[in-house]
Design a protein around this ligand. Structure first.
Ligand code: TYD
Ligand code: MG
Length: 460
């Protein structure tokens, strides 16, 4: 195929260059130049072209919003309740959903399940995979067919990495729902970059979107996430797609959370919890009950009344404090932010008399759940203090674990956090009578005194 005229654009400063450079000649940033199709064949960039266009084009007539037709888009429910809820009722025809997550988390499983269920409901689907052979996809579908998604074996698949072939197939097959697994494995033959480079990813997504919009195809784009947690081929796609879903959790563990980071057709305030089983992903509707019943009654354990989007969720936070030879000692955490842990440890030492400066500290949110909210501070502090002192929180004799939530301020005060009633209600609902929060103690020191002695006020 003839190569299209392309230019190299700096993603930092927008400088347009005919040749690729490792360092941008204009702003001197490294590795920021990406190859893009040259706008309308002009080699010198869009600015000059748009200026002359402005003179030539007739003015357009803006319409009043009340006169604009806005049909409520009909939804295609996937039949996976948690996914449909996150999407705001199902997939929207002509829309692009980006599903991100690290390798092995279950993206292919979730999308195969969705297509299987849709196919079973009589919808036309297509599964495009650039990652696996049709035979590999079949093996997965066999597990799902007998498990969570009967219909999985009826899904038409295309194992292909060439973008033009995929687009032509979409035109020919006209599915209602299509999965592209993954956006980083397809490549446009007329761009020189390797699959997965920013230029390619952007081109692939943009051209698939064109077909999706004109043909009314709902597209689920799978995208890999880089080590630092951003969607690879990254930010460049977030503004383009209608919805960004992020699959989180650790592949070795069974629980997975699906989070809406952006949603043009629903709220972003929601999270779905899944469990990976032999027959596919199963929705966990009683996540709080599970985590509370699995919680241990040992020093270093506390239940955090967290908010996952608009839903309260009870999760166990565990800490281990052990003497260390290392300088500096280890600070290892999963499920919470490292910097947040550093802050909590500093406030514990400075304002609450719990110094762990010469010990290794491990903090873990059980079940592979991430709780990136300041409301987790108090639970982390209580878990660390309880581990350091070797004392069971809430007293050895109390049967239910202690629950906690609240932000810790730099002066050692407890600060209230959003949805305080719903957190307290959730704790009470699952039988956690003892609750420590900014309402029961004004400072971390007092919260600790109560919790370590066992004299904790009962929850409302
Ligand atoms: P996969 O969906 O391939 O992950 P991704 O596409 O995000 O890379 O599958 C992830 C893991 O899930 C894989 O190690 C196998 C496991 N798995 C199950 O436990 N049960 C199942 O029914 C399936 C299909 C996969
Ligand atoms: Mg996969």
């Amino acid at each position: 195929m003839a190569r299209a005229a392309t230019v190299h654009v700096c993603s930092a400063c927008g400088h347009v260059s005919a040749k690729w450079h490792g360092q941008c000649p204009a702003c001197e940033e490294w590795n920021t130049l990406t190859e893009e199709r040259s706008p309308a064949g002009t080699r010198t960039g869009a600015r000059g072209a748009s200026r002359s266009a402005r003179v030539a084009s007739p003015a357009a007539r803006p319409a009043r919003l009340r006169d604009v037709r806005a049909d409520r888009a009909p939804r295609l429910p996937t039949g996976i309740g948690e996914l449909d809820r996150l999407l705001g009722g199902g997939l929207v025809p002509g829309s692009l959903v980006l599903l991100g997550g690290s390798p092995g988390i279950g993206k292919s499983t979730l999308t195969t399940m969705a297509l299987g269920l849709l196919e079973g409901a009589g919808r036309a689907t297509l599964y495009v995979s650039g990652e696996e052979s049709a035979a590999q996809i079949r093996l997965r579908a066999e597990r799902l067919h007998v498990g969570a998604a009967p219909g999985a074996l009826d899904v038409p698949v295309l194992a292909e990495t060439d973008l033009d072939t995929v687009l032509a197939t979409l035109e020919a097959e006209r599915p209602e729902v299509c999965v592209i697994d993954s956006v980083q494995t397809l490549a446009a033959g007329d761009l020189s970059g390797a699959p997965g480079t920013v230029g390619q990813v952007r081109e692939v997504a943009a051209r698939i979107m064109e077909v999706a919009k004109t043909r009314g195809i709902a597209v689920l784009l799978v995208g890999h996430v880089t080590k630092d947690g951003t969607l690879a081929g990254p930010r460049v796609l977030e503004h383009l797609v209608d919805c960004v879903l992020q699959f989180e959790g650790e592949r070795e563990r069974t629980y997975r959370t699906l989070r809406a980071l952006k949603n043009r057709f629903g709220s972003t305030n929601d999270v779905g919890v899944f469990e990976m089983r032999d027959g596919g992903l199963v929705e966990v509707l009683d996540a709080s009950a599970r985590f509370v019943s699995e919680a241990t009654r040992a020093p270093g354990s506390v239940v955090l009344a967290a908010m996952e989007g608009s839903r309260p969720l009870l999760v166990e936070v565990q800490a281990l404090v052990s003497p260390s030879e290392l300088v500096p000692p280890r600070r290892v955490c999963t499920g919470i932010d490292r910097n947040r842990l550093a802050l909590v440890l500093a406030v514990l030492a400075r304002h609450a008399g719990v110094a762990v400066g010469t010990a290794d500290v491990f903090v873990n949110v059980v079940g592979g759940v991430r709780v990136d909210e300041p409301g987790a501070d108090l639970a982390v502090a209580l878990a660390v203090a309880s581990a350091a002192r070797g004392v069971v929180l809430g007293g050895e004799s109390s049967r239910a674990p202690l629950a906690a939530f609240g932000e810790i301020g730099l002066t050692g005060e407890l600060r209230s956090v959003a949805h305080h009633d719903r957190r307290a209600e959730e704790a009470a609902k699952f039988g956690l009578g003892a609750l420590v929060s900014p309402d029961t103690a004004p400072t971390l020191r007092e919260a600790l005194r109560g919790a370590l002695r066992g004299g904790v006020r009962a929850a409302a």
